[in-house]
Ligand binder design. Sequence first.
Ligand code: SF4
Ligand code: SF4
Length: 377
Amino acid sequence: MKPGDTLVVEARELDALLGALRERGHTLLGPTVRDGAIVLAEIGGAADLPAGWSDEQEGGRYRLQRRDDAAFFGYAVGPHSWKRYLHPPALVRWRARRNERGFVAEPDTAPPPRYAFVGVRPCDLAAILVQDRVFLGGPFVDPAYRSRRESAFLLAVSCGSPAGTCFCTSMGTGPKAGPGFDLALTELMGDGRHDLVVEVGTERGAEVAASVPHRPAEARDLYAARAVLAAAEGTMDHSLDTDGLKEILYRHYEDPRWDEVAKRCLACANCTMVCPTCFCATVEDETDLVGTATERRRIWDSCFSQEFSYIHGGSVRTSGGARYRQWITHKLATWHDQFGVSGCVGCGRCITWCPVGIDITAEARAVRQGEAQGSRP
Ligand code: SF4
Ligand code: SF4
């Protein structure tokens, strides 16, 4: 078996596939139902996956729903993304302890985690590649990200059940898993079958796939997999017109839309926390009460907080409108100049988890329409 091969594994063998990853020393992380949502957490095997569950999503709304079948992956992305494991929300950078001669720094000697990400959706796969550019692509490589990323096994799943807020098709990131996976599954259900069409992406993916019962994919299997993806595309009614969008946003640093969105935006930062590509962080120091030990942590931050843009004399972005403009312009315009790709992969999380349902596609459309109508510069 080799990269590029496609095979069929019966769905009942999914647990054997996950077991093969566990036997190779990976900690399994995958979707599971918790607190009324499908979140990412450590799982023991296929029994922990949200089989038979789906979700209903729209701006500011998320609900779990029961499916009428036992699909393992019949739902879209939840509030968590894989960045919480590659770029953790809080990460100790160093610790120091007082001794008789002063302070001694204590390096973190724990081995890096060796994860297997189970059920990586195409948009999230694209997001990992975006964060690779951020943390690995420039002159300053982030060692914590690199150590986690290098050992992570990516078991992707193409999307058959997009949510109402997904727009991966217009961003070119889904619903079929693109490059970067070790193995990619498409789940086939119905007519008495429950199978996984497995695409092999890497040598180590081939080695894992070869260890479970399988057969080569036939034309009818590939046709069925394509039909799943075509149906998914057909149900995705959200979209973002990216044509010329970067230039439009650059022409609209001043635009009445930013004041209008500021009336609704709570500056809660949910959108940046759930976004799989947002990477901004700050540092905080904590010293114990007796002054003998201290540690420095890197924690997620957000351009929606006033402190984020604080420089000598005060914050640069004091209004909600300025912060929303910063965020959407970075995502859809300046990110291209900075990293060569869009900062948005169309996962829809910022729409679903915005408490007031502010929709990045609607805001971009409003700015575009304002320009088209000639009412704005
Ligand atoms: S900006 Fe919104 S839709 Fe785009 S990747 Fe981030 S969370 Fe997903
Ligand atoms: S756009 Fe929505 S999620 Fe983002 S800060 Fe404003 S209210 Fe919060």
